[in-house]
Design a protein around this ligand. Structure first.
Ligand SMILES: CC1=C(CCC(=O)O)c2cc3nc(cc4[nH]c(cc5[nH]c(cc1n2)c(C)c5CCC(=O)O)c(CCC(=O)O)c4C)C(CCC(=O)O)=C3C
Ligand SMILES: [Fe+2]
Length: 376
């Protein structure tokens, strides 16, 4: 079989959040994340403790290294000869350094895969701003955006079967881990990162009438229903489910998305639910929010109140998730060559756009330039 055509791309760029790797990194990392954000000092000290509990090392960079290796193997298997780079928003390897290297290596146009599946300023547009910041210092170039390296962000994949199916299997495995007598009555507790409600309301394209008035919330609800339906197909049980939030930050006066996962588990117990499966559908790997906020804190809450609970695995380096990265790359290359393409998507929202619309996921603080949008 002929290998898929990935022209016009000459590189793939993995874009992630970054995390500290040793105790001395923790404070400077937190400063990078929260610069100018008005996060109370007490909250930062508390979050610092989460990292110190794990020896000052976040799991996220190792997870990116594993994903990078898996993507390289996947592309090689498919006969796609394309260099794969990696850059982070908040920690080494920084996107700015990676872009410098890419320019030196002669890369002219790269597709970007971001380890964040949903729309919102935090989970999409801020990464687009980071890409702008990384490309800006490279100076003038021949590309259509006036830069020597042109970047295209691959579309949101929350509803791609390559993300949904590993989550379905993870829920089935977590259900199987529950005691037999409570399994059928277990609620599926879908968890994502809380964000300020003002950010949530501005997520996605301003023109569209999103469920609950938020693309961020609507996308999570859509994928949660797809997972519940698929699990019902496999088990014959349509489990009750809810979308809840973790990792609330910011000032207590500013409203963030609720309920918190811990409060929800308590309410579930009071309502007489038999068990809970915690599904970190907002995340693609077991990074700090998952291993601390869910595995350490939420599972301790469940234990305390006597609610049997298990946590479903994240997509990580599931072969279907890795194959999805390749598919999204090939799909976008096809689009950029002006050819017809079929786009895989589950649920009711459908495949998301390739290029973010004008005003998409507006920055609640200030307008900053961002790549990969119609308003670039
Ligand atoms: C939507 C979203 C995702 C999911 C999408 C995505 O993956 O991008 C995400 C992921 C992550 N968030 C992470 C870490 C942190 N996030 C913080 C703070 C914040 N997150 C926010 C939102 C999100 N965050 C927001 C609105 C803030 C307030 C400050 C601000 O307005 O920006 C803070 C500061 C301390 C605190 O206040 O919690 C830390 C340390 C890590 C790394 C984990 C590791 O090290 O393993 C990851 C993957
Ligand atoms: Fe965060």
């Amino acid at each position: 079989m002929a290998s898929p055509d990935v022209s016009p791309y000459d590189a793939l760029l993995l874009v992630s959040f970054g995390g500290p790797e040793k105790p001395e990194d923790v404070v400077p990392f937190l400063e990078n994340v929260t610069r100018g954000r008005g996060i109370p000092k007490e909250r930062l000290e508390e979050v610092g403790e989460h990292y110190f509990l794990f020896g000052g090392r976040s799991p996220i960079n190792d997870q990116c290294r594993a994903l990078l290796a898996a993507i390289r193997a996947e592309l090689a298997d498919a006969g796609i000869d394309l260099p794969v780079y990696w850059g982070n928003r908040n920690w080494d390897p920084f996107l700015t350094d990676t872009l410098q290297q890419m320019a030196e290596d002669g890369v002219t146009r790269a597709a970007c895969f971001v380890t964040s599946a949903y729309s919102s300023w935090s989970s999409c547009r801020q990464y687009r701003e980071n890409l702008w910041d990384a490309v800006d210092p490279l100076g003038e170039g021949p590309g259509p955006e006036g830069s020597p390296v042109r970047l295209d962000k691959l579309r949101h994949y929350f509803n791609h079967p390559g993300f949904v199916e590993p989550n379905v299997d993870a829920v089935l495995a977590a259900l199987a881990d529950l005691p037999d007598d409570v399994r059928a009555g277990a609620e599926l507790v879908f968890v994502t990162h809380s964000i300020p409600t003002a950010m949530s309301e501005r997520s996605g394209d301003p023109e569209r009438d999103w469920e609950e008035g938020s693309a961020y919330v609507a996308q999570h609800l859509d994928v949660a229903r797809s997972i519940v339906d698929r699990v019902a197909e496999e088990t014959g049980t349509r489990h009750e489910h809810a979308l809840v939030y973790c990792s609330r930050s910011g000032s207590p006066q500013v409203p963030w998305l609720e309920p918190d996962v811990n409060d929800h588990l308590t309410a579930l117990k009071e309502r007489g639910a038999s068990a809970a499966v915690i599904v970190p559908v907002g995340f693609v790997s077991d990074h700090m929010e998952v291993v601390y906020d869910l595995d350490t804190e939420a599972l301790a809450t469940a234990e305390e109140i006597g609610l049997p609970a298990t946590r479903a695995a994240t997509a990580g380096t599931d072969p279907r998730f890795v194959a999805m990265v390749r598919d999204l790359l090939v799909e976008r290359a096809t689009v950029e060559r002006g050819e017809e393409v079929a786009r895989a998507a589950t649920g009711d929202i459908g495949a998301m756009w390739d290029v973010c619309p004008v005003g998409c996921c507006a920055n609640p603080r200030a307008e900053r330039p961002a790549l990969c949008g119609r308003d670039t």
